[in-house]
Design a protein around this ligand. Structure first.
Ligand code: G3D
Ligand code: MG
Length: 172
């Protein structure tokens, strides 16, 4: 199938600033991790073609990019999302505490979108208990994954998992 004829699925990474959203996308799309990045301003998205079973699909992966504080701007950004990652930083308890706010904000715009919980920065000493985070995710009925954009740990499974959620969404 030509790339232009491929189905496109919009994937959104949400979560507080500095948790590693942009780094995860870069790591996945470019295979790179930049130790020091300027905070992205404006909407940022990249596309990547993935093989799901026998089917090739295209992901457009959107990052809440440097706009974490501007709620009204984000509403339009969520429209059309087919899967969402709620990302937090294992070294930053506030970023975990805020996941419920992100979930609620997204549910208002795309009520049925499947979400996954992502605990990033596994390469650092955790302050948030991964068990607590896993339990929270389970209560929400969301898959849970621990990642590191720095080492690449679980980055590929993260995006393949999101692609799977997007494609196999019940009722879609
Ligand atoms: P954001 O897009 O969610 O705002 P960024 O977050 O991707 O811009 O990352 C914020 C900072 O965390 C960056 O550091 C980045 O290098 C770092 N970071 C992201 N993911 C990881 C990770 O898995 N492990 C470690 N150790 N660091 C990570 P700077 O220093 O540039 O602010
Ligand atoms: Mg960013």
């Amino acid at each position: 199938m030509s790339e232009s004829a491929m189905p496109v699925y919009k994937i959104v990474l949400a979560g507080d600033g500095n948790v590693g959203k942009t780094s995860l996308i870069r790591r996945y799309c470019d295979g790179m991790f930049e130790q020091s990045r300027v905070m992205t301003i404006g909407v940022d998205f990249q596309t990547k073609v993935v093989l799901l079973g026998k089917n090739r699909v295209k992901l457009s992966i959107w990052d809440v990019a440097g706009q974490e504080r501007f709620g009204s701007f984000r509403d339009s950004f969520y429209r059309g999302a087919r899967a969402v990652a709620l990302v937090f930083d294992l070294t930053e308890p506030e970023s975990f505490a805020h996941l419920g706010l992100w979930r609620d904000e997204i549910r208002r715009i795309v009520p049925d979108v499947p979400m996954a919980v992502v605990a990033n920065k596994t390469d650092l000493s955790p302050v948030v208990s991964a068990d607590d985070a896993h339990r929270w995710a389970r209560q929400q009925g969301m898959p849970f994954l621990q990642t590191s954009a720095a080492t690449g740990h679980n980055v590929e499974p993260l995006f393949l998992g999101l692609a799977h959620l997007a494609v196999h969404r019940p009722g879609a």
